[in-house]
Design a protein around this ligand. Structure first.
Ligand SMILES: NC(=O)c1ccc[n+]([C@@H]2O[C@H](COP(=O)([O-])OP(=O)(O)OC[C@H]3O[C@@H](n4cnc5c(N)ncnc54)[C@H](OP(=O)(O)O)[C@@H]3O)[C@@H](O)[C@H]2O)c1
Length: 308
């Protein structure tokens, strides 16, 4: 099979198109023919050797988001059979930038007919992060007000729509050129993060979903309601001292695969209540360029590799 493989960590040039044998599924595993593989900032960090949550075995195929078709199902198949269209999020020890990969049934869900393959291949990491940040860690409820920092990115554009669908009021920060688009996704109020101070614009907030960190996170404590909700960050641990001072909670989250959430998200997309914005689509062979764009470009929504 063709795969994008890296033999060392480093810049985008370590991503090489190679021929290698397809992986062999073990008992209880599925062989997936990959049709689309989403590209996420975590892929860039793994490629750079900056992601230390797990030990990368080299040479490695990377990529966590996947959409494709089950070709082989071994042993207990977890409700999947050859020919099923599926999508999901792989653990770190395997990669989706390849024509075939192995998945465990818990990592994937059935792709409903109303969800395209490229869209499905862009859901995994970003949509699960948005979902878990808002509803699991953030415990966002109907009628509450959420502030989403980084609303125009892969995670943010899902978060705006999920919060809106669940009846929350959405305040969102983004670059000026993205404000109109973020509003069209469903944000009630949009704030230009370079030219406005969000603290002066938001009013009382129940939850801050922080996809940016740094001083943006530091400045976010003051917007929370008194004895109010948390700051949930995908990047850095919010200060415990500030949390105490503001009688609030700070959470640093790590996304986890969850089949039920994948199903629910796919249903929303199939029903056209949520849309996946594909910022750029690259062929598998151009994974290197996809990483360059993610690192340097200013894109709306997701980058995805079309694999076959
Ligand atoms: N912990 C986890 O499990 C987990 C899971 C998923 C993602 N993450 C992390 O979460 C972050 C967001 O992920 P993503 O996929 O959404 O990234 P992304 O697609 O690169 O989006 C980031 C967005 O943030 C915007 N931005 C940058 N600085 C900002 C600021 N000061 N205020 C408001 N917006 C700002 C960017 O706008 P411009 O393009 O205009 O600069 C861009 O639209 C990444 O760092 C990623 O590694 C962590």
């Amino acid at each position: 099979m063709k795969a994008i493989r890296m033999h060392r960590t480093g810049g985008p040039s370590v991503l090489r198109l190679e021929e290698m044998p397809p992986p062999v599924p073990g008992r209880g595993e599925l062989l997936i023919e990959v049709h689309a593989a989403g590209v996420n900032p975590v892929d860039v960090k793994i490629r750079q050797g900056k992601f230390t949550m797990f030990k990368l075995e080299l040479p490695a195929v990377i990529g966590r988001d996947i959409a494709g078709v089950v070709r082989v199902a071994m042993g207990r198949k977890g409700g999947f059979k050859p020919g099923d269209a599926v999508f999901g999020m792989l653990d770190y020890d395997r990669g989706a930038y390849a024509e075939y990969t192995v998945a465990s049934p818990r990592e994937i869900a059935h792709r409903p007919p109303g969800v395209g393959e490229l869209e499905a291949g862009s859901i995994g990491v970003a949509a699960l992060t948005a979902w878990q940040g808002l509803f699991v860690h953030g415990r966002l409820k109907r009628g509450q007000r959420v502030l989403i920092h980084g609303a125009a990115g892969g995670v943010g554009h899902f978060a705006v729509q999920f919060a809106r669908v669940r009846g929350a009021t959405v305040v969102a920060t983004a670059s000026r050129r993205d404000l109109r688009w973020v509003k069209a996704l469903g944000a009630d109020q949009v704030i230009d993060f370079k030219n406005q101070r969000f603290e002066e614009e938001t009013g009382d907030i129940d939850l801050v979903l922080d996809l940016v960190a740094g001083e943006t996170q530091d400045r976010s404590w003051t917007v929370l309601k008194k004895r109010g909700g948390p700051i949930v960050s995908t990047l850095t641990e919010p200060s415990k001292a500030e949390a105490r001072k503001h009688h609030a909670r700070g959470v640093r989250m790590m996304v986890k695969v969850h089949q039920g959430q994948l199903d629910e998200i796919a249903r929303l997309i199939a029903a056209r209540k949520v849309r996946v914005t594909l910022g750029r689509v690259f062929p598998l062979a151009k994974a290197r360029q996809a990483h360059e764009v993610l690192e340097n470009g200013h894109l709306r929504g997701k980058i995805v590799l079309r694999v076959s």
